[in-house]
Ligand binder design. Structure first.
Ligand SMILES: [Fe+2]
Length: 222
């Protein structure tokens, strides 16, 4: 194969990534399309869920990190809930049921139905530089506080990844932010694997200047 035909193959294999912003969770499998690297369900949270979490966040909340599997999810999340509270409540039932529902649906994308779940309060600027992560798919939602910031393809300079935000972001006004409660499925890039599309370029929203805190759920599948 000569260089020209090799290069033309490269350009046909990798599509320009697109993002699907959608009000319908039932369309989540669009993340599996070869040219989609973000699916975002733009939903609103139920008020009792917000009240429950704001109350919980009055006290220090231990971060939850646990392996999860589709079959045993209810039992695994009950154990996680016990880390946060001794007494149950209807509002708490709604929140934990929501975590269970979206995690269960997301684990359908996992070959073996397993993933790693993180639930925690974030008060710093964690990953403030735009980047691509090294997982296959990630479920992400911010139940309290601002959601993940991401860049559409025309706003990002991928050659600058690893440098500074000033160099990575070509068009700052095109930067997008997921809303509170929105549920994202983000595609990453596993090193040394041929993928049909590039992972979504994203970062944590800056918090330190605002004094805000976030309560985030993240589930990763390899
Ligand atoms: Fe990330």
């Amino acid at each position: 194969m000569n260089v020209r035909s090799y290069l033309s193959q490269l350009t046909t294999v990798r599509s320009r990534p697109q993002q699907v912003i959608c009000r319908n969770w039932e369309e989540r499998s669009r993340i599996l399309q070869h040219d989609v690297n973000l699916f975002c369900w733009t939903r609103s949270l139920a008020e009792p869920v917000i009240l429950y979490l704001e109350e919980r966040m009055q006290e220090p909340l231990q971060p939850v990190r646990c392996p999860v599997e589709r079959k045993g999810l209810s039992r695994q999340l009950s154990a996680a809930r016990a880390v946060w509270e001794n007494t149950g409540s209807q509002e708490g039932d709604l929140f934990w049921k929501d975590v269970q529902n979206i995690t269960h649906d997301f684990l359908d994308f996992s070959k073996d139905g397993t993933g790693i779940l993180h639930l925690k309060v974030v008060a710093d600027d964690a990953c403030s530089k735009f980047h691509v992560d090294g997982y296959r798919l990630r479920l992400f939602t911010s139940y309290i506080g601002p959601g993940t910031e991401w860049l559409p393809e025309d706003a990002v300079n991928r050659y600058a990844l690893g440098t500074t935000n000033e160099q990575i972001v070509k068009k700052p006004t095109r930067s997008q932010r997921m809303g509170t409660g929105h549920v994202g499925i983000l595609k990453g890039e596993i090193p040394n694997q041929n993928q049909s599309t590039r992972g979504i370029v994203h970062r944590s929203p800056p918090l330190q200047e605002t004094g805000q805190r976030r309560l985030i759920l993240r589930v990763d599948i390899a």
